[in-house]
Write a protein of this length. Structure first.
Length: 449
């Protein structure tokens, strides 16, 4: 194997004196100053922007870091390091929306597996924090939001209220609400508020009191979340029978719309009862379904009552922030019914939430380790805008940056021909320096001992 290095130099004489006259040397040992100078020479250079953004982040200049890194991402949407550090900087600034977008981008283009796993978990916690932040903002702007009517076709579904002697059925409050949300989401023309978003608002305004939802408080939540209508549901246990009721409430007026959709039955009929109530709600919402849409809504995620109870307990634990417990419940549901896909999805989310709680931002940087992305980050901390690559490439880049920061090409493949030499930066090619403008080529071959 051999390593071939090809680069341009101003002249043979310049090659011997560059270490004493490079712009980097003129900037001293300040990495940010060197990288700012590199950006000034070429404002569209992704490597320089990325390195400067990383250096800003490490200096806790988070606003500057985000600005520069977002510019690098626009120039190269496939640059994982820029996406990662843009997410970290945005999170430090409290801009959770931009952080989530940047992290999602890293999951698509990032190269380091450990970091992708960390970010997947971080996104789960971030979504929860974002929902909580939005809920706080909604309560803070309640006067304005309450005065703006919500869209009639936007429907919110808070937890069902359970009443009965068998407390083991109480988790069905969450599970049945989740099934109703899932089914209504399949109907055309409706926008259904996400369960997690509704729960965050419920927590913020103390919507739930021992699992019961007061009608007036639910209407308040609907206004804050900009829903036009709200599903007010109850599950009542009377002896060996249950009755599931769900009525529509006009959020603007606080009045019930029509009669409730009602379905009585035994516990082992709970899935049929839930479907009957959903179709009753759709009738009251005046939604017309095609045969295919009706068939999709009739499809049950599980027929296993014990699996559904475990799933419902997992939702309750998740709402309480007990993600370890939630993961165990979802795993139990999946074991009882391996085809219960909703339980499998929630299991992944709960596990990711558990993982994210133990991975601080510093650990994410550590997990870059010896990867190619990690080498780029280390180069940035030294003030070098290294290209993104692997193996010996970045190491040689750091060495040859002192000779000529532009136009470096690395080949580590056996018998690979020397690639075409890159062009010099515009200032150099136009004679904008006091160095001779002649070009030369130096080839360094390192043979295996």
């Amino acid at each position: 194997m051999r390593l071939v290095r090809s680069f341009l130099v101003g002249s043979l004489i310049a090659l011997t004196v560059v270490p004493a006259a490079t712009p980097a040397a003129a900037q001293g040992n300040d990495p940010i100053a060197k990288l700012e100078a590199a950006r000034a020479r070429n404002p569209q250079n992704v490597a320089a922007l990325r390195a400067l953004g990383v250096a800003y982040y490490k200096a806790k200049r988070f606003a500057d870091a985000r600005t520069v890194l977002d510019q690098a991402r626009r120039l190269d949407p496939k640059d994982g390091v820029s996406a990662l550090y843009a997410g970290l900087a945005s999170e430090e600034l409290g801009d959770l929306t931009n952080a989530r977008a940047a992290y999602n981008s890293y999951l698509q283009v990032g190269k380091t597996r450990k970091v992708r796993n960390d970010i997947a978990g971080r996104l789960t916690a971030l979504a929860r924090r974002e929902a909580q932040a939005n809920a706080k903002a909604a309560v803070a702007n309640e006067a304005r939001l309450s005065a703006t009517p919500g869209d009639r076709n936007t429907v919110a579904v808070p937890p069902i209220s359970f009443s009965g002697p068998d407390s083991s059925l109480k988790p069905l409050e969450r599970g049945l609400a989740e099934l109703i949300i899932t089914d209504l989401s399949k109907a055309p023309g409706l926008t259904i508020v996400e369960r997690d978003r509704m729960q965050a608002l419920a927590d913020e305004i103390r919507l739930s009191e021992s699992g019961r939802v007061e009608s007036a408080t639910a209407v308040r939540a609907g206004k804050l979340i900009q829903a036009g209508q709200l599903v007010n549901g109850t599950l009542i246990q009377q002896g060996s029978t249950l009755r599931l009721d769900a009525s529509l409430v006009n959020v603007t007026s606080g009045q019930q719309v029509g009669t409730p959709a009602t379905a009585p039955g035994a516990l082992d009929q709970i899935f049929a009862m839930q479907k009957a109530v959903v179709f009753g709600l759709l009738d009251r919402l005046q939604v017309r379904l095609t045969p295919a849409q009706r068939q999709a809504i009739e499809r049950r995620p599980t027929n296993n009552l014990n699996a559904f109870l475990a799933f419902s307990r997992g939702l309750q634990a998740s709402d309480d922030g007990r993600f370890d417990d939630a993961a165990r419940f979802f795993e139990n549901a999946r074991q009882l019914d391996p085809g219960f896909n909703a339980a499998a999805v929630r299991l992944q989310t709960a596990r990711a939430a558990v993982q994210s709680a133990s991975v601080p931002a510093a650990q994410i940087e550590t997990n870059l380790g010896g990867s190619a992305e990690g080498q780029v980050v280390r180069a940035a901390s030294l003030g070098n805008p290294a290209p993104l690559g692997g193996g010996l490439g970045p190491t040689m880049d750091r060495v040859t940056q002192r000779l000529n920061p532009t136009g470096v090409v690395v080949s580590t493949e056996r018998n690979e021909p020397i690639p075409n030499l890159p062009e010099r930066d515009a200032p150099s090619s136009t004679g904008g320096t006091d160095q001779p403008s002649r070009n030369g080529q130096v080839v360094i071959i390192i043979r295996r001992p």
